[in-house]
Design a protein around this ligand. Structure first.
Ligand SMILES: [Zn+2]
Length: 269
C-alpha cells in the first residue's frame, strides 16, 4: 500500500480494492474502494451501472471502510430498490439530508445513439460550468461543479449538442430518403413533447429523444416529417405514416410512458 502510494505519482486515483456487504435476506453487494487526492471525506456513490463505490481520501485507513459501509446499509438498500424499480438517476451518499433534486448523474445512457457515457465532475477555477467529451466514453463537467444547477444546465447543453450532431442529420437523411422537405430543425427540451412541426415546416426536437429506443426515435422523426405535408392527425396522416413504417402506430402506443426513460435529474428545475 505504502509503495503503491509513492509510485502512483500525481494521479488522483490510487487504490482499488473489492469488498462485499451482506444485506438483509442474504443479498450480497460487491463494492469497490478507491482512494482519491480530491476526496476530503469518505463518500459512497451508487449507480445502476457502476454499482456501489467508496471513495476515500488518500492515506485513509481502508480497514475502517467496511464499518462505514455497514452504517450506510439502509441507504444502500433503498437505492438498490429504487434501481430495481427502474429509477435511473444516481445520487451521492453521505449527504442524506440532500433533496432528491440535487442528484446529478454519474452516467448517461443514450439508447437513441447506442451510447453510454461516464461523467466526471472536476472542480476548476472558473465561474462557468461546461461539459465536454474528454476521453472515449467520458464526459468531463468542469468549472464551479459545486453549483448543481449549473452542472445540470451544462449537461443539458451537451445533450442538445449531441441531438444537433446526431438526430438532426438523421432527420435530414429520412427526409431525403422519403421525399420530404422541412424548413429548419430546432432543439428543445419541453416537459411533455418529443417533437413538433410548425405550419412553416420548422421541426422542433426534444433532446430527451436521446433516451428513447432507436426505432422509437425513427418513428417520431417520420411522424414530424409527415406533418410537413399533413398538419393534422387525420386518417390521411396515419395512412402516410403507416406507409413509411407500419410499426409506428404500435410504437406510438408504447411510447405513452416513454417519459419514464428520461432521467429524473433532467426534469427538475
Ligand atoms: Zn403529430
Amino acid at each position: 500500500m505504502e509503495r503503491a502510494r509513492k509510485e502512483a505519482g500525481r494521479t488522483t486515483e490510487r487504490t482499488r480494492v473489492n469488498q462485499s456487504l451482506v444485506l438483509n435476506q442474504g443479498k450480497v453487494v460487491e463494492y469497490r474502494i478507491r482512494t482519491s487526492q480530491r476526496a476530503r471525506s469518505v463518500r459512497l456513490t451508487i449507480s445502476p451501472r457502476a454499482g456501489l463505490t467508496v471513495v476515500a481520501p488518500l492515506g485513509f485507513d481502508l480497514r475502517r471502510v467496511p464499518g462505514i459501509v455497514e452504517n450506510k446499509r439502509t441507504w444502500i438498500e433503498a437505492h438498490l430498490l429504487r434501481f430495481a424499480e427502474g429509477a435511473v438517476d444516481a445520487e451521492a451518499a453521505g449527504k442524506t439530508g440532500r433533496r432528491k433534486t440535487d442528484a446529478l448523474p454519474e452516467t448517461l445512457d443514450l439508447p437513441a445513439l447506442g451510447e453510454s457515457w461516464r461523467i466526471e465532475y472536476r472542480p476548476t477555477n472558473t465561474r462557468i460550468v461546461g461539459a465536454h467529451i474528454d476521453r472515449p466514453g467520458g464526459i468531463a463537467v468542469y468549472g464551479a461543479v459545486h453549483d448543481r444547477d449549473a452542472c445540470r444546465d451544462a449537461l443539458k447543453g451537451w445533450l442538445r449538442l449531441r441531438t444537433r450532431e446526431e438526430i438532426v442529420p438523421w432527420l435530414t437523411r429520412l427526409a431525403g430518403q422519403n421525399g420530404f422537405k422541412f424548413n429548419e430543425a430546432l432543439i428543445r427540451g419541453p416537459k411533455t413533447r418529443w417533437a413538433s412541426c410548425s405550419p412553416k415546416g420548422t421541426i422542433s426536437l426534444s433532446f430527451k429523444l436521446l433516451f428513447l429506443e432507436r426505432d422509437w426515435v425513427r418513428c417520431v422523426l417520420l411522424h414530424e416529417l409527415c406533418h410537413t405535408v399533413c398538419m393534422n392527425h387525420s386518417p390521411r396522416f396515419w395512412a402516410l405514416l403507416g406507409g413509411l413504417e407500419p410499426e409506428c402506430k404500435t410504437i406510438h402506443k408504447r411510447m405513452r410512458d416513454g417519459w419514464k426513460r428520461v432521467p429524473a435529474w433532467l426534469e427538475e428545475n
